[in-house]
Design a protein around this ligand. Structure first.
Ligand SMILES: [Zn+2]
Length: 114
């Protein structure tokens, strides 16, 4: 855990915060409840129905996330949730996974709540 007691925070620091640095320095981000997303890189979670290209009748109801800061702060608990089947780096990748095969993924997202 970083020691936040010794660090003095300036407004300029706060203006530069991202989801990754927020979690790294303060241990949480208000996006945890998935209602407010204060930073552009806040992860977003969706419940989806996926089918596998190999067997399109084999469908799985699961959860995925769009998580732009995945590699910026690997200890982020939101990015280490074993209920998440797949993390997408951005909206574009997520939309790509909804397209029919070939879409670059082993699966296709058929339905989603968001
Ligand atoms: Zn966040």
């Amino acid at each position: 855990m970083p020691n936040t007691e010794e660090k003095v925070w300036y407004w300029s620091d706060l203006a530069d915060l991202t989801h990754a640095t927020q979690v790294e320095n303060f241990g949480f981000c208000t996006c945890e409840e998935q209602e407010h997303f204060p930073y552009d890189d806040c992860p977003r979670f969706f419940q989806v129905l996926v089918s596998w290209h190999e067997d399109p009748n084999d469908k799985t109801l699961t959860n995925v996330a769009i998580a732009p800061s995945l590699s910026d702060y690997p200890d982020d608990p939101l990015l280490n949730d074993d209920r998440i089947f797949f993390y997408f780096a951005n909206q574009e990748e997520y939309d790509q996974a909804k397209r029919p095969n070939p879409n670059g993924f082993e699966f296709r997202i058929e339905e989603t709540n968001g």
